[in-house]
Design a protein around this ligand. Structure first.
Ligand code: NAP
Length: 311
């Protein structure tokens, strides 16, 4: 099968499209024919080995000393079940699924094996795809959506509370705005002028252009501030929080550690009820994956960047 292989850390040009062995599902695994995947922030981070210097050594030991242990990147996908191991009971051949491969990566390929019942994000989580989405939309509604959901739950949002999403136009941000609305919050989204309309269209009650206005300098106080792009700080937000208010940043490890398959099933129900949608900025083919990485590297994608695989 064809796969995008990251044979060493470096710029997008290190990626090569190669023929690699097609995986064979183990007893508890399904084999998914990938129709769409994404280039997420985690993929470009892994490829470029963009970690703070104090994490350099532990990260190299964990991810691979000279090159990534996971040579095929790709954390998010949607596709069709093509085969399965003998102990699989939840899925059948032809089922349309969406999945978060997580730090197992491997989605930038024509096929991927995933455990039927992954217990943790690291193992891979898979569920039947929302009926009202294309493969591209469904692939984009996994990692960022799951992480945003976890953060919104950790923010303990109650109906009527005031929530601010800083960096509301990225993958996490676009889902966080919609999920905070679903949980009943009054939502303010902070983004650049170019994305104000997009963030409003996702349901934000108020939008602030970060280049023109300092959200923390206004009169409004928030119950929960979520920094979806890890570009502001607890210190800077202190003035904007109500007494007892919560600040969380996307780099807070607690956010993504507890993601479960039930969360993916919950997202499916919200999507099918029309409460949540995925935002797709650009679409590339697997052959164009170097260009997709170059674009995500710029740090200005709106929502998600999709890569179509099977046609
Ligand atoms: N996506 C995931 O699955 C996932 C999972 C776990 C953790 N994370 C972490 O969450 C963070 C965000 O990931 P992401 O994928 O959502 O990011 P992203 O989509 O790459 O974020 C890009 C967005 O950030 C906005 N932005 C850039 N600089 C900004 C600034 N100074 N202030 C406000 N907005 C700014 C950009 O808008 P403008 O260009 O208009 O400024 C752009 O729309 C990353 O640190 C990532 O490691 C992501």
């Amino acid at each position: 099968m064809k796969a995008s292989v990251c044979a060493r850390y470096g710029p997008p040009e290190v990626l090569q499209l190669r023929e690699v062995p097609k995986p064979v599902p183990r007893d508890e695994e399904i084999l998914v024919k990938v129709f769409a995947t994404t280039v997420a922030r985690g993929d470009v981070r892994m490829r470029g080995f963009a970690v703070p210097f104090w994490q350099w050594l532990p990260a190299r030991l964990y991810l691979g000393v000279r090159k990534p242990k996971r040579a095929v990147l790709g954390m998010e996908l949607a596709g069709e079940v093509e085969a399965f191991g003998r102990n699989v009971t939840r899925f059948s051949k032809g089922d349309r699924v969406f999945a978060f491969a997580g730090f197992g990566f491997g989605a930038h390929a024509e096929y991927i094996c995933l455990p039927e019942n992954g217990a943790r994000a690291e193992e891979g989580l898979v569920a039947l795809m929302p009926a009202n989405m294309s493969f591209a939309e469904a692939a984009a509604a996994t990692g960022g959506a799951l992480t945003a959901l976890r953060f919104m739950r950790n923010g303990r949002i109650c109906p009527g509370q005031r929530v601010l999403i800083y960096g509301a136009s990225g993958s996490l941000g676009t889902f966080a705005v919609q999920l905070a609305k679903h949980f009943g919050a009054e939502v303010t989204g902070v983004c650049s002028a170019a994305n104000l309309e997009l963030v409003r269209s996702l349901g934000a009650d108020r939008v602030i252009d970060y280049a023109a206005t300092d959200f923390a300098a206004g009169d409004l106080r928030y119950d929960f501030v979520f920094d979806a792009v890890a570009r502001t700080s607890r210190r800077r937000c202190r003035r904007a929080l109500k007494k007892g208010g919560i600040f969380l940043s996307a780099h807070d490890a607690r956010g993504s550690s507890a993601i479960r398959t039930e969360d993916l099933v919950f997202l499916k129900s919200l999507i099918e009820a029309g409460k949540v949608r995925s935002v797709i900025d650009r679409t590339y083919t697997l052959e164009q994956i170097v260009e997709a990485h170059r674009y995500v590297d710029l740090g200005h994608k709106k929502g998600n960047v999709v890569v179509t695989v099977a046609r």
